[in-house]
Ligand binder design. Structure first.
Ligand SMILES: NC(=O)C1=CN([C@@H]2O[C@H](COP(=O)(O)OP(=O)(O)OC[C@H]3O[C@@H](n4cnc5c(N)ncnc54)[C@H](O)[C@@H]3O)[C@@H](O)[C@H]2O)[C@@H](O)CC1
Ligand SMILES: [K+]
Length: 462
């Protein structure tokens, strides 16, 4: 059965479709299912308005003829604009079954883009970009079928300039990477998925969904719930923000290794001034966070070395990512999570000798090289594990672009590690809780406000 959280590459989608065909389905019957499923959405969106379907030469165009026929059957005023003849058997058969009208231009209402889908291999011709843009202006809404024309399905990269933004994108069978990766993600509009019966693929990337967390065990005490150690540094506020979030992410106790506390610090936080090696050696220390406000000087470098040598489940963020070198990651066995933003990701790739590939390739290679779970942050956050697991986060509120937001994320992640999750699961749970806390915090929140909302986000997972 179709899983609504899997994200397929074009090659995986073809393999999934082929598996159905091998079991007796035909491309035509899949096209019929896909087209009718999309027509259902358009019927609701059009709400009586006329519909223009742009049909290309491949099977995406074939879907377009099925959509047009189904809408015409339901009484919608439909026009097909087809700049080229169908080039596949299934698309030809779909066109023959279409009984409605053709024209060279549409007339308002909803425009449906069935020019190219996942089979796009090169940029659109200037004539096709002009057609798409002209028709987009003439209509009041634009709906893309499967993948918007001109977008590379596996990377979300536009192959042309000047492509119009969509109001709705309806994915067929499974999500494609372009639906959730920048820059294409920003022009998808609302996303919908029409199932066509493809089976899940083992090891495919997934879209983050709400995790199922639990309340502490009936006999839990603070240490069985996990003891977090946050390493302070030259900017105490950052480690404190991370600690505030860690207190609400599931762990039973949070210690902050620092020389002092900011006057606003919560009394829930346990300040520890002793030698770092002793704190790290304390058997009760379950997970460690280093990086927020750590600094980049020799003291910071020594602290990072001590943290990694202790080989406890660890999250590294901010300054720790700038200081991290491949030798630090050797002979570690405990879980390691790295949470770089775009700039930190570039520095890490340089330190680890990774210079090729798109965002996903680089995160995957870094995960393997560092034997760490990489949370590559951005408007399209992705999480890559050394064993190849990959998850993409759905877009969160853009209010997260505020100072301290990353400190809160790393605090939640270390709390999930301390609570017992493996590195990949902890990272996925943290990204979801962070996005949900931001949604709950409303507009124009500060990082400390965001941290306060982690409890409520947690409540939504119980
Ligand atoms: N394969 C299947 O079983 C199904 C596929 N479906 C649809 O089929 C689509 C994929 O179909 P196709 O593989 O035929 O791909 P497309 O319909 O995306 O187009 C591919 C065709 O366009 C040509 N082409 C690629 N880029 C071009 C460009 N820039 N300018 C001009 N021509 C270009 C290719 O050479 C090929 O002939 C999916 O996105 C989906 O909409 C659905 O009907 C469901 C079933
Ligand atoms: K399309």
């Amino acid at each position: 059965m179709t899983r609504s959280d899997q994200i397929f590459t074009v090659a995986q989608m073809r393999a999934a479709e082929q598996a159905l065909i091998d079991r007796g389905e035909s491309v035509g019957s899949l096209m019929e299912r896909a087209g009718k499923g999309v027509a259902d959405w358009i019927w609701r969106i059009a709400h009586g308005r006329s519909v223009t379907v742009l049909c290309g030469p491949g099977n995406n165009g074939g879907d377009g003829y099925v959509i047009a026929q189904e809408l015409a059957r339901r009484g919608t005023h439909v026009v097909v604009v087809a700049p080229s003849e169908p080039a596949t058997d299934a698309a030809r058969a779909a066109r023959e079954r279409y009984r409605g009208t053709f024209d060279t231009a549409g007339n308002g209402g909803v425009l449906v883009d069935c020019l190219f889908g996942s089979g796009l291999t090169r940029p659109l011709s200037p004539e096709l970009v002009a057609l798409l843009s002209r028709e987009a202006v003439r209509h009041s809404a634009l709906l893309a079928v499967d993948v918007p024309s001109g977008i590379d399905s596996d990377t979300g990269r536009p192959l042309n300039e000047g492509l119009p933004a969509n109001d709705v994108t309806v994915a067929l069978g499974a999500w494609k990477f372009a639906h959730w990766l920048m820059p294409a993600m920003a022009a998808m509009g609302q996303r919908r998925l029409v199932p066509i019966g493809v089976e899940p693929i083992a090891g495919a990337a997934t879209l983050l969904t709400r995790p199922h967390l639990s309340a502490p065990a009936i006999d839990a005490h603070k240490y069985t719930r996990g003891l977090v150690l946050v390493i302070g540094g030259v900017m105490p506020g950052a480690a404190q923000l991370a600690s505030e979030a860690a207190l609400r992410g599931g762990a039973g106790c949070v210690r902050l290794a620092a020389q002092g506390l900011h006057p606003s610090a919560t009394p829930d936080l346990v300040l520890k001034r002793g030698p770092l090696v002793d704190l790290l050696a304390d058997e009760r220390t379950t997970a460690v966070l280093a990086g927020p406000g750590l600094g980049l000087d020799e003291t910071a470098r020594v602290k990072l070395g001590e943290v990694l040598a202790a080989d406890r489940p660890t999250v590294l963020d901010a300054d720790a990512l700038t200081l991290l070198r491949p030798r630090h990651c050797e002979s570690r066995s405990a879980a390691l999570i790295l949470t770089p933003h775009l700039g930190e990701m570039a520095r890490l790739c340089e330190s680890f000798g990774i210079d090729e590939g798109n965002r996903i390739d680089r995160a995957t290679k870094l995960a393997q090289a560092a034997q760490a779970v990489v949370v590559a942050k951005g408007p399209d956050t992705l999480i890559a594990a050394p064993d190849g697991r990959l998850a993409l986060a759905p877009p969160a509120t853009s209010w997260l672009s505020v100072a301290g937001s990353g400190d809160v994320l790393s605090g939640i992640a270390v709390s999930r590690l301390a609570a017992g999750a493996d590195g990949f699961t902890a990272a996925c749970e943290a990204v979801w809780l962070h996005g949900e806390a931001a949604r709950l915090a409303g507009p124009a929140f500060t990082a400390s406000g965001l941290a306060r909302n982690v409890s409520e986000a947690y409540a939504a997972t119980l």
